[in-house]
Design a protein. Sequence first.
Length: 100
Amino acid sequence: MSLFRPRSERPMNCMQVGRRLQRYLDGEVDDLTARRILRHLEDCRRCGLEVVAYTAIKASLARRDDVPSDVLVRLRQFAEQLLREGPPPEEDAAGGTAGT
Ligand SMILES: [Zn+2]
């Protein structure tokens, strides 16, 4: 089974980005994948937020400090706020019906 889709030119979904996000932050993905993820992050708040959260957690782990619960709470609140303000990115913007 082989799909002849040009993977390089296809934008990633949030799911696809999410699956590769940790590898991406660890620098374990190809340049191509990194580019696609970057492109998605530029447009998608939700995934961009995940990067912020991962980065914060990784940074604190790298310092070998305990992650302060305050920080985690703040990140969560920040996430919820972004999710409320931004449209749900689950469906792609293919439809033309836009209401206020
Ligand atoms: Zn996304």
